[in-house]
Design a protein around this ligand. Structure first.
Ligand SMILES: CC(=O)N[C@H]1[C@@H](OP(=O)(O)OP(=O)(O)OC[C@H]2O[C@@H](n3ccc(=O)[nH]c3=O)[C@H](O)[C@@H]2O)O[C@H](CO)[C@@H](O)[C@@H]1O
Length: 369
């Protein structure tokens, strides 16, 4: 099968697209993938590293308020559709799959105008602007939450599939996760990561925990700062606690995240949808600090659903302090029975077969044509 994947800006849109691509390759060996993204998004680096062909279109997002920038965005959209049509005519895909983020707009729209079967995947309970716009043109929408099924009334085929990131972590080799971090297999560690772009508030809270970390003997901390905060955070950590470097491993970004997640004992981070799909698929206990700066405060809703099920502790950013975070981390790491119970609750929410369900939907929308 020839598949065009598109979606991006942040990891939460890119990894679902890659997971769908990998499922297609597994189910139909010899398939060809082309990823269309923007040269400014994270996808322009991640996708080529995965050995997948990459082409770019230029596009920007709409501002929610009226502005001249929106006029320019419309012009870029028209140009983006033209460029997408050229790329699609050349690659001749059997299907085009979009996973949200504004780059999807021109690519999926162009595909539908050319009569190519199209599917979009929505990661969040409340649909993003681009997916909502596209839903009237596409053949299928795959959603991650049952509550979202009714929100795409313009589309004839809406499937509650889950998030395909849940599938990509399952086959991950945890021993490779340990060795890539320079840790002996089985070393207990807390993975702290503020979403695909890092989170200043979480970085600052971790800096505040440094004087307390020696109390959690044997536990290591893998702390992912985000590329833009790496230098300052790493410098602050070494200044505040030079001794910490033995058990605190500071990194800007992790490229083999499935392997590292499979090895982790506890996850601390934002409540982005793709991360949560991975965490629940693996049955990891978590401490979630939802970003307050997202549309409709959807990360708090994501985090609350895990907290209500007993799979996670939620800390709101306005209440976050190093002391509170340390207290929760040390309570969970020090209590194996509690960890087991959180882990069972977390696994109970996982949807590890999501990628397979989306592959089946792709085949179905092709047949309907
Ligand atoms: C601030 C913001 O707008 N966040 C949104 C964004 O989050 P964001 O892009 O942070 O996405 P998620 O937290 O959902 O997922 C991040 C993805 O990147 C991967 N990863 C992350 C860090 C790293 O070092 N290495 C790595 O591989 C994770 O394994 C995961 O697959 O998209 C999500 C899915 O639409 C939304 O729910 C979030 O609200």
């Amino acid at each position: 099968m020839r598949v065009v994947l598109t979606g991006g800006g942040t990891g939460g849109h890119i990894y679902p697209a890659l997971a769908i691509g990998r499922e297609v390759e597994a189910r139909q060996p010899g398939s060809s993938l082309l990823y269309i993204g923007t040269s400014r998004g994270l996808e322009s680096r991640i996708v080529p590293e995965q050995g997948i062909a990459f082409e770019d279109v230029t596009i920007t997002g709409f501002r929610r308020s009226l502005s001249w920038e929106n006029v320019r965005t419309v012009m870029r959209f028209v140009q983006g559709v033209r460029r997408s049509k050229q790329l699609l005519r050349k690659f001749k895909p059997d299907v085009v799959v979009g996973t949200g983020g504004y780059v999807c707009g021109p690519v999926v729209y162009a595909a539908s105008r050319l009569g190519i079967p199209t599917l979009i995947h929505e990661q969040n309970v409340i649909p993003g602007l681009t997916n909502k716009f596209l839903s009237r043109y596409v053949d299928g929408v795959a959603v991650s939450f049952s509550e979202s099924v009714g929100l795409f009334e313009k589309c004839p085929d809406v499937e509650f599939a889950g998030n395909p990131c849940a599938t990509r972590v399952l086959k991950a080799d945890r021993n490779k996760g340990f060795s890539s971090l320079g840790l002996a297999s089985g070393t207990p560690f807390v993975l702290v990561v503020g979403g695909s772009g890092g989170a200043k508030a979480i970085n600052q809270a971790i800096e505040q925990t440094l004087p307390m970390l020696h109390k959690m003997t044997d536990t290591h901390f893998v702390f992912v700062t985000g590329e833009r905060f790496f230098k300052e955070t790493e410098a602050a950590i070494h200044r505040l606690n030079p001794e910490a470097s033995k058990r605190v491993h500071v990194l800007p970004y992790i490229h083999n995240m499935p392997e590292v997640l499979a090895a982790a004992t506890l996850f601390v981070g934002r409540a982005g949808a793709s991360f949560l799909a991975e965490v629940t698929s693996l049955g990891l206990p978590s401490i979630l600090i939802p970003s307050p700066n997202v549309t409709n405060n959807h990360q708090e809703a994501n985090a609350r659903s895990l907290a209500d099920a007993g799979a996670a502790i939620m800390i709101l950013e306005r209440e976050l302090t190093g002391e509170l975070l340390f207290r929760h981390m040390s309570a969970i790491m020090g209590d194996a029975v509690r960890r087991d119970s959180m882990s069972r609750a977390s696994r109970g929410m996982g949807m590890p077969k999501a990628a397979a369900a989306i592959y089946d939907q792709i085949v179905r929308i092709q047949r309907k044509r």
